[in-house]
Design a protein around this ligand. Sequence first.
Ligand code: CA
Ligand code: CA
Length: 165
Amino acid sequence: MKPIMHVLPTIAISVITAAALTGCACGNPSAESADDEAFSLRPAPKPTPKPLLNGTVSVSVRVDETDGRGNAWDVDDSAPDISLKLRQSSGGRVTTSQTSRDTLSASLDLTGITLEPGDGFDLTIYDEDPVGRDEIGSLHVTYSGLERSVTRQADGAHVTLRFVD
Ligand SMILES: [Ca+2]
Ligand SMILES: [Ca+2]
């Protein structure tokens, strides 16, 4: 009688633990139960794509020190004179930055943006010259709805886009 009374609570504990551990009938719940429970209760990462509503797309550009042939961007050996053009693929909104003189970095914000996951942008980076301009690089970025920041290499420049609610 005594051994049975001793066994029954153990079985009950095993059943409860097995249910808590999503069906793991591992038998010895004493030593490993804490670790197992922590493991089984850890939620699997399952991010949900989110639309960006009335948000801002912030573009930062860092241009390489020389062009693709290793030459200075300008004939006077100065840094490029950067302008940026950002076009929203869906809806067709376009914004163009002022020209930033003799610099390797530039930025541009496009505000009041509504984006669904899968929508995208075309960014073009120019070096404005006294006559005409050179294209430093261009790229297309798709908004996944999962990342708030995307960094890419575009020919002669390193580009970061931030999606801010
Ligand atoms: Ca130039
Ligand atoms: Ca220049």
